[in-house]
Ligand binder design. Structure first.
Ligand code: ARG
Length: 592
């Protein structure tokens, strides 16, 4: 029975009971009353039964009947004979649903046979452009770039897994007035030395020195200003020097990406400079559309609805009064390119919250210009700041800004200490690999598991804790299952013919329901663009596994049937944990 929204119903591939029950109850609502078509029946996990359907309370008003009557109508109408035990109405109109063991067994077997672990592919494939990371050339990557890189990469992986076509765009800050002073500084240090400094990641120092020379030495400042003009005029030698800055910086960025295990490569670079050839044309088009207004010699767009607190309209500066182009113009050319040339159906800007207004103005202007036409859409995927344990801006003890590589080194060092203590039996090479996965994983997970729009406090002890909602806890649960399997094989257990039992104990049942909820967790995360939802799901899964492991002996099960079933539950847990962590860009070592 194909579901209403194009998602297949049970019998094809969906096994997620929340999805399935939602579809069936939505169908019953629509059949009961036309005004309830499309209404959400609100299916939730419950400790009273497996699931509770809570929508009757809110929906009863629309039909003008008491909630309990609506609930009764739903119970009479909904078709669940193949899935659930007889339904019960509780309290003011809750419907309690308990699944049949036979259904659980079928759904688990299907999930086990599915390489996607029950995650249904998106009904329609979209082209999704994800703008993320976007550090600035010859300038240190800061924690904001770290957040953008980590969140953006997780969204890329999840969106791709769901079945969309993803185009990564690293909108490098590689153009603009600072390049005058950067090139002049390059010339005064000498190209070879500058290249060395940049490629090892001394970007912060390089930038600060250039800035200091610019501020202290009027001659330098003059040369820097002339240099910008030469760069914009395309002087070959200046361009070559600029290219050197870009190449060395991007070499450094690539090393950070590799260390972080993110998907970005130089092929995804689409820096600001890439749009230079299209800027004039973009301006001309906005002019033809009558969207440009001259203001103090500059050409501006004033998208309606954006004003200062005093009510003065805010401009996007499309061409500056000196004829130059800046950040606004580049972003307009970029959104036009992404929609027209890349064919984006959906654009995600994974950029810090302070750029909200700028991006909304860009998106609104694209709409006014007729570039962004529904159903295509663009949105700012904003995130908050990283705070120190003192809840102030995250800084070094000396008060300086934290270098990303130092942060990652420290993460791996700290992880190595924890790994040495928890898993003393590992070979030095294995311990090093595990420490890397645990340290980097901990940093990424700490970021992803928090609601992205909020600020979060960076706390080493918490993120490396082997208990609680952390990467090490999930990685450890995964490795524990793998070790159970190694022991099973050593004991001569045939682990190739796992099958669900026909009855489930409460802890087995709770674990089974978590396993079957992966589909909804992935789709919910993708739709809301909230990686923390997937984290919460994985944590619930690992916790259900921990409870199951404590109350249901696996290798000492009572019967061969029970052994096969418990191994199946354990294996599915490990596969989903590994897949889920991979969707977050985090490794899952086999042993820990
Ligand atoms: N380079 C910018 C910064 O460091 C971020 C660019 C974000 N993307 C964009 N299309 N504006 O703040």
């Amino acid at each position: 029975m194909p579901g209403a929204a194009g998602r297949p119903g049970y019998g094809r591939s969906v096994a997620d009971p929340t999805v399935l029950l939602s579809e069936r109850f939505a169908g019953a609502l629509a059949a009961l009353d036309e005004s309830l078509r499309g209404a959400d029946p609100v299916v939730r996990r419950s400790d009273r039964a497996d699931y509770q359907v809570n929508g009757s309370m809110a929906l009863a008003k629309r039909t003008g009947r008491p909630p309990r009557d609506l609930a009764q109508d739903l119970v009479d109408r909904v078709e669940l004979a193949d899935i659930a035990l007889p339904l019960e109405i509780a309290g003011p109109g809750f419907i309690n649903v308990t699944l049949q063991d036979a259904f659980l067994a079928r759904a688990l077997a299907e999930t086990a046979a599915d390489p996607r672990l029950g995650v249904t592919p998106a009904a329609t494939t979209e082209t999704v452009v994800v703008d993320y990371s976007a550090p600035n050339v010859a300038k240190e990557m800061h924690v904001g770039h770290l957040r953008s890189t980590i969140i953006g990469d997780a969204l890329v992986r999840i969106t791709e897994f769901v079945g969309h076509k993803v185009i990564r765009q690293n909108h490098l800050g590689d153009w603009g007035t600072p390049f005058g002073m950067l090139i002049e500084h390059l010339l005064s240090v000498g190209e070879t030395e500058a290249a060395e400094e940049l490629s090892v990641g001394d970007l912060g120092r390089f930038y600060q020195e250039a800035r200091a020379a610019f501020d202290a030495d009027p001659d330098f400042a003059d040369r820097a200003r002339r240099r910008v003009v030469e760069l914009q005029a395309g002087d070959p030698q200046t361009l070559q020097q600029w290219q050197l800055l870009v190449d060395e910086s991007s070499r450094y960025f690539s090393s950070v990406y590799e260390r972080l295990g993110v998907l970005l490569t130089t092929a995804d670079q689409a820096g600001e400079s890439m749009y230079n050839p299209w800027l004039a044309d973009t301006v001309a088009e906005l002019d033809r559309l009558g969207l440009l207004v001259e203001s103090d010699g500059a050409l501006c767009v004033f998208p309606p609805g954006f004003t200062t607190r005093e009510g003065t309209p805010l401009p996007l500066i499309v061409r500056k009064s000196d004829g130059g182009f800046g950040y606004d113009a580049t972003d307009l050319a970029a959104i036009r390119y992404r929609l027209r040339d890349l064919g984006a159906d959906h654009i995600l800007y994974v950029v810090g919250a302070p750029q909200r207004e700028h991006l909304e103005m860009i998106i609104e202007t694209a709409r006014l210009a007729g570039w962004l036409v529904p159903p295509a859409r663009a949105e700012h995927v904003a995130f908050g700041s990283v705070l120190g344990a003192d809840r102030k801006m995250f800084r070094t003890r000396a008060g300086g800004s934290i270098r990303l590589v130092d942060l990652l080194d420290e993460a791996v060092e700290r992880a190595a200490r924890v790994v040495a203590e928890k898993a003393p039996g590992l070979s030095p090479e294995a311990a090093a690999a595990v420490s890397e996965a645990v340290g980097i994983g901990a940093v990424k997970y700490a970021d992803l598991s928090n609601d992205r729009v909020k600020d979060y406090a960076f706390d080493w002890d918490r993120m490396l804790d082997f208990t609680g909602n952390t990467a090490p806890y999930l990685q450890y649960a995964h490795a524990r299952v793998r070790s159970i399997f190694r022991r099973a094989e050593a004991d001569g257990v045939d682990v190739s013919s796992l099958a669900p039992a026909t009855e489930f104990q409460p802890a087995e049942r709770r674990l089974a329901l978590e396993i079957l909820s992966f589909d909804g967790a992935v789709h919910g995360t993708e739709a809301a663009l909230q990686p923390h939802r997937l984290c919460t799901y994985l944590f619930d899964l690992a916790s259900a596994f921990t409870d199951f492991y404590e109350s249901c002996p696996i290798l000492r099960a009572d019967t061969p049937e029970q052994l096969r079933s418990r191994l199946l539950l354990a294996d599915l847990t490990a596969r989903i944990l590994a897949q889920g962590l991979d969707l977050l860009g985090i490794g899952a070592p086999e042993r820990m």
